[in-house]
Every structure is written in structure tokens, then in C-alpha cells.
Design a protein around this ligand. Structure first.
Ligand SMILES: [Zn+2]
Length: 96
């Protein structure tokens, strides 16, 4: 009776230890996954931040009168109050 009960207790203990380990492991893995996701999100967020601050993306976009392509104002060619994507389109528009 006593030996049997000890065996039973051992089994219960072993089962609960195994359960605790498995639960702990899955919780650890879950926390690890969450940590990785948060880390990746923060990393991509931080990578996006300077991009938003660069003048190129916040700069005013203009449209080429000839082909309709959008480009930053600093990269465009201004002629006669109109914007062009290239010198070729500027002269093309003027020659029309
Ligand atoms: Zn163009």
C-alpha cells in the first residue's frame, strides 16, 4: 500500500513535472516568438523612420507634362512653368 502509493505519487509528480516542463517550454517558445516578432517590428519600424525623414520622400512630387511620370521636384526640369522628367521631354514639349 505504502510502496504503491509512493509509486503513484512518483507517477503523478513525474506527470506534473513533465506537464510543467512542456507548458513551460511552449510558453517559453511563445514568449520567444513574441519577442522575435516585436524585435522584427521594431527593426523594420526603425528602418522606416529615417526613410520618412529623407527629403526625397517628403519632397513635393511633380508630374511630367509629356509622359505623366511622377518625380521629385528637385529631379524634374522646369520650363515655362511646366515640369518635365527629362531634357528630352522638355525639348519634345517645346518643339510641339
Ligand atoms: Zn516625361
Amino acid at each position: 500500500m505504502c510502496a504503491l502509493q509512493l509509486q503513484c505519487t512518483e507517477q503523478i509528480l513525474a506527470a506534473s513535472v513533465r506537464h510543467t516542463l512542456e507548458f513551460g517550454m511552449s510558453r517559453l517558445l511563445f514568449l520567444l516568438a513574441v519577442a522575435i516578432v516585436v524585435y522584427l517590428l521594431l527593426k523594420s519600424y526603425r528602418r522606416q523612420m529615417p526613410k520618412q525623414d529623407t527629403p526625397a520622400s517628403s519632397e513635393e512630387m511633380v508630374r511630367c507634362v509629356v509622359c505623366g511620370v511622377h518625380l521629385p521636384k528637385s529631379e524634374s526640369i522646369l520650363a515655362g512653368g511646366k515640369f518635365f522628367c527629362s531634357e528630352a521631354h522638355r525639348s519634345e514639349h517645346i518643339s510641339k
